[in-house]
Each structure stands twice: as C-alpha cells, then as structure tokens.
Design a protein around this ligand. Structure first.
Ligand code: NAP
Length: 334
C-alpha cells in the first residue's frame, strides 16, 4: 500500500518540487491547491488534486471528508502554502498563521491527524544572528518583519498543541529552477547592473530547492518530532558571493551601485505603491528591506545534520545548475 501524502501550496516554487519528490518516492501524492492555482508544474498524471479553501470551514470539511471517504487518511502532510510577499502586511498573519490554525483544527475535527504535519516556516521567524554568531534553533526568536512574525505565530500555535505531531522546517533563502525572486537579481546582472544596499558586507546563507526538498523528506521520514529544523547548504557566504557567481556564469561585466539605506527605503515605498496600484505584491518592500539590511543570516544546522543531511549543491554549483535551467527555458538568453 502506498502512503498518502498531501503537499499544500503545491502550485508554488517549493511545493511543486515537493510534489515531484513525493511521486519519485512512490507516495500516493495529493497536491493541495486553490481553484485559480496555476498547474504548470503539476502535469504528472499520477498527481491527485485536492482543492482546499482555508477561509471556509464548510468547504474545507467537505474536501477533507471526500478525501477520507475515498482514500482513508493522510500519512504525511507538508504545509507549504504561505505568503512570502503581500500588498497588505495584515495578509501575512491571515495566510501564514490563521490559515495554518484553521487547517490544523479542520484536520482534528475530521479525524485526519497525520503521522506528521511538516510546517514550512522560515529562518525569518528567528530573525538574524546575534553579532556574528550563526542563528541556532535554541536562540530567542526575534523576527524583524510581519512575515517572520506570522511564521513565528504559526510555530507557537503548533507548540501549544503538543498532541498534534508536527515538525517545523526553517529554510534560509531558497533558490533554484522556477524561482522568480532571485531571478530578479539575475536579470539585473544580465543588464550589467549590480546593486548593494549599504556598504557593509553581510553574512548570508542559501539552499538550493532540491537540497531543501531532500532535507524535508529526510526529516519527515525520520523519528524527529515536535521541533524546529534549520536548513541551509551548510556554507557561509557574503553579499558579494551571489553576484560574483552569477556574473561568472552569465559572463557579464557589471557596474556596481551601492544604494544607501534611506534611498533603498524610498525605492521600496515606490515599489509598494506601484504594487498596490497594479494589485501585485512587490518583490522589494520596506518590510523586506529590514531583512536585506540585516548583517547576519548565517545559520547553524546541527539538528538536520544529525539526521544525515548532506546537501548536493553549494552556491557555485547550485547557481550554475539554476542558470542552465533559466537558459534552457528561455528565461534568460543562452
Ligand atoms: N522561497 C524562499 O526563499 C523561502 C524561504 C523560506 C521559507 N519559505 C516558505 O516556503 C513556502 C513556499 O514558498 P515559495 O517560495 O514556494 O512561495 P510561492 O512560490 O509563492 O508559493 C506559495 C504557495 O502558497 C499558496 N498560497 C498562497 N496563499 C494562499 C492561500 N491564501 N491559501 C492557499 N494557498 C495559498 C500559493 O498558491 P497559488 O498558486 O494559488 O497562489 C502557492 O502554491 C512559504 O510558506 C514560504 O514562507 C520560502
């Protein structure tokens, strides 16, 4: 008998890779989507779709009941659905915290508590490292942004339900094929422009989406339970490393601009206003800027290492792989 797994946020960047991995690992795979979700990367005929409306308890119960009648139970759930950027700050809490709470209550109400509920949170729920010390899972969580706060609230809700078997994954910045956020930086370098906010060098961490997916399945299938797992590629970078690797791979020369923080704030405000006029969440916002300006996003991944996590990609190899994908798919010129 195949085990049943549900991936919410299946239409997104990370979710679509989780669905592919679940199929590869021979799970009966349910992709949690919304009516209007784009299924571009969910074309495998083995995928079962489950429309989940976290804002409507009745529709949510009907969907879960229909699932239970036909397939029984979920062995695992990976709750990836979430907002990383928003037009209104309040939306972070509504989607990342309230929806998680509603979903957990609905699972309990419908007797569909899985063996493990994996919550995809973020390193942002911890906030940056203190001085130059890496972020650890036992430090006091002090998120800088509404996004980070909403993720922390969801984590605290899970910890307040210890009878509910959960695992919290806190990935650092995730990049890889299909990603649109880092793609912005690549496009700028393609246009020979390299931008830095402030002149102080930051400590940064990254993880390639395929390594993150590996870490998620590794921990989900392990005995780890009711804890946080911080995930990066186990390396430390500075703010210049990313651009340097991209420049090398695109074979581009650039002009560097160091934007003072106050000016970056002005650009962020402008992009928020234009985003709200167009009804599109901006990539750069004053909230995001708080994270861009933080000096230390290095991370101690001791717990996931203990589970046997060995990343396949460092940033150099991962970006090379990602850029090849962007070129093959016509996102950037070959
Ligand atoms: N990307 C990163 O660097 C990173 C780093 C750390 C943590 N994370 C976390 O990883 C998760 C996935 O991120 P991602 O980069 O894959 O983002 P993404 O590409 O924007 O995908 C987000 C997914 O969540 C779904 N979603 C958004 N609002 C929803 C709502 N109200 N109800 C139901 N589904 C909703 C989206 O569905 P639609 O397609 O229908 O909009 C989409 O499938 C997020 O929880 C994020 O906080 C991401």
């Amino acid at each position: 008998m195949k085990k049943n797994i549900l991936v919410t946020g299946a239409s997104g960047f990370i979710g679509s890779f989780l669905v592919e991995e679940a199929i590869k690992r021979n799970y009966q795979t349910f992709a949690g989507i919304r009516t209007a979700s784009n299924k571009k990367y969910l074309s495998d005929p083995r995928i079962h779709f489950l429309e989940l409306n976290f804002n409507n308890n009745i529709l949510l119960d009907i969907a879960l009941n229909n699932f239970a009648n036909q397939y029984g139970r979920f062995d695992f759930i990976i709750h990836t659905a979430g907002l990383t950027k928003a037009i209104n700050k309040a939306d972070f809490s509504l989607v990342n915290f309230e929806n998680t709470k509603k979903f957990v209550h609905a699972l309990k109400r419908n007797s569909l508590v899985p063996d493990k509920f994996v919550y995809i949170s973020s390193l942002a729920s911890f906030g940056p490292g203190i001085n130059t010390n890496p972020i650890t899972s036992c430090q006091i969580q002090q998120p800088l942004t509404e996004y980070g706060k909403s993720k922390l609230k969801a984590e605290q809700f899970l910890y307040a339900n210890p009878d509910f078997p959960f695992l919290i994954i806190n990935p650092t910045a995730v990049y890889g094929p299909r990603d649109k956020d880092f793609f912005f930086l690549l496009k700028s370098i393609e246009k020979h422009i390299e931008v830095y906010i402030g002149s102080t060098e930051q400590l940064l961490s990254f993880v390639h989406v395929q390594d993150l997916v590996e870490a998620i399945f590794l921990s989900m299938e392990s005995s780890a339970i009711n804890q946080n797992l911080l995930v990066s590629d186990l390396k430390l970078y500075t703010s210049k490393t990313f651009n340097h690797i991209v420049k090398k791979n695109l074979n581009k020369k650039t002009i560097s601009f160091i934007v003072p923080a106050f000016l970056a704030g002005f650009f962020a405000l402008f992009s928020e206003i234009s985003g709200s006029i167009r009804g599109k969440a901006p990539v750069l916002s004053r909230e995001r800027l708080k994270e861009f300006k933080a000096m230390n996003w290095s991370v101690d991944c001791a717990e996931i290492i203990k589970l046997g996590f060995v990343p396949q990609f460092n940033l150099e190899e991962g970006l090379k792989h990602t850029i090849r994908w962007y070129k093959e798919h016509g996102w950037i010129k070959g």
